[in-house]
Design a binder for this molecule. Structure first.
Ligand SMILES: NC(=O)C1=CN([C@@H]2O[C@H](COP(=O)(O)OP(=O)(O)OC[C@H]3O[C@@H](n4cnc5c(N)ncnc54)[C@H](O)[C@@H]3O)[C@@H](O)[C@H]2O)C=CC1
Ligand SMILES: O=C(CO)COP(=O)(O)O
Length: 382
């Protein structure tokens, strides 16, 4: 039975499409199917589409996981997108623009929300994925949503209880996507801070690479806790400089994802860092990774963006030096090595963590409520 015929059987169910059948795309497809949708996956390789259809498995990316009957797959993009009321994208960030060129004519007649599940920036332009989508699909930003949070695919595929955040500049779009993408083990919160939500997902990957490096070297919990804490400061400074709400970085898409990714051996960014810390060269690490580690491609564009807005990112700078082979992984540390003699305050550049931070936050909140007719824009809300 073709995916189209199979989906006709479930016509009462809302239909959604997931473009990309790797570990996160397939897991998200399962989330949506377990939430009541009929899901059609687009897989680049026909043999993977065949395995999902016939065996209800994706053994390469999600070993041991049985997929729901209401999930099917095709390697024809047009079949996957046909009639979809929401479209989810889950392919490596560097391949998104090129794939969107094929998606565009196929969804020209619909106004289905487009949801980015990705956590990288485009290397060449430094653009976030929602910006690339807006450019390539020529669509209203209110139609675009992003999903983020502490979401290690295999744990969720095993139905371990997890929270995530769905963000869109349109509250209506965020709510519609959050309602569709939830079930008994996956709870979605919403916000309208797309910049903070996307940058949270991108930046935590870079800090997770740093954690992997020190883990590989053999350093212990003090080093890791120091990097996580100072890493969150770097993430917040960077994102706020680009217009994010600081609260978003304290939520699921910031601190939440930072904790999950830095702690888990399931994280590919963490794993790539660990190999570097063990002494493997960058090229060898890339060869060993058979799944996407977004952080490796995002380091350079993020540092370029940081320089443009004058934000210091000492930990990310050191990750780049280790990747480039210009710093011994043993020398990576949670401080700026060139600034050792100058005592620094611990707070973020926008004044978080202190009295100034509280004042800043209440001013932001007041402004925010004013802008949104009494409702705050940031903070993860059910
Ligand atoms: N795996 C996870 O736990 C999570 C991943 N993400 C994000 O999801 C995105 C996708 O990651 P994963 O699914 O984990 O990666 P993956 O490596 O498991 O799968 C990537 C998929 O994209 C396909 N692909 C690779 N190059 C392509 C190209 N040029 N054109 C079209 N398709 C291509 C692959 O065949 C594969 O199906 C990344 O941005 C990642 O940061 C977000 C949350 C959790
Ligand atoms: O984003 C993730 C968890 O939230 C997955 O992290 P990795 O891409 O490092 O595996």
């Amino acid at each position: 039975m073709t995916p189209r015929q199979e989906s006709r059987r479930g016509d009462a169910q809302p239909r959604v499409a997931v473009v990309g059948a790797g570990s996160w795309g397939t897991t998200f497809g399962k989330i949506l199917a377990d939430g009541g949708a009929h899901v059609t996956m687009w897989a680049r390789r026909p043999e993977l589409a065949h395995e999902i259809n016939e065996a209800k498995r994706n053994s390469e990316y999600l070993p041991g996981i049985n997929l729901p009957r209401s999930m099917s797959a095709t390697h024809h993009l047009s079949e996957a997108l046909d009639g979809a009321e929401q479209v989810y994208l889950s392919i490596p960030s560097q391949a998104v623009r090129q794939n969107l060129k094929a998606v565009r004519p196929l969804i020209a007649q619909t106004d289905a929300p487009i949801v980015s599940l990705m956590k990288g920036v485009e290397r060449r332009t430094g653009l976030r994925m929602s910006q690339v989508i807006e450019q390539e699909l020529h669509c209203d930003p209110d139609r675009i949503a992003v999903a983020s949070g502490p979401n290690l695919a295999l744990e969720i595929a095993r139905e371990q209880p997890t929270a995530a955040v769905i963000s869109s500049t349109s509250q209506e779009t965020a709510d519609a996507v959050a309602r569709r993408a939830r079930n008994g083990y996956f709870r979605t919160f919403v916000n309208t801070d797309v910049i903070g939500t996307e940058f949270g997902g991108v930046l935590k990957n870079l800090i997770a690479v740093a954690i992997g490096i020190v883990d590989g070297v053999g350093y212990g919990e003090n080093t890791k806790a120091s990097i996580i804490t100072r890493g969150l400061v770097e993430m917040t400074d960077f994102a706020v400089a680009f217009g994010a709400q600081p609260e978003t970085l304290q939520g699921l898409a910031g601190l939440g994802d930072l904790i999950a990714t830095c702690q888990s051996p399931l994280s590919r960014n963490n794993t790539a860092g660990r190999l570097l810390g063990q002494g493997y060269r960058f090229d060898d690490v890339v060869k060993q990774m058979n799944q996407t580690a977004e952080g490796l491609a995002s380091v350079a564009p993020i540092l370029q963006l940081a320089r443009e807005v004058g934000v210091a990112m000492p930990i990310v700078e050191q990750v780049k030096m280790v990747l480039d082979g210009t710093m011994n992984p043993r020398d990576i540390a949670p401080h700026l090595t060139t600034d050792d003699d100058t005592p620094m305050g611990e707070r973020t550049q926008n004044g978080q963590n202190g009295g100034g931070g509280a004042l800043w936050r209440s001013l932001q909140r007041a402004l925010d409520q004013f802008r949104h007719g009494g409702r705050g824009a940031a903070g993860d809300r059910p």
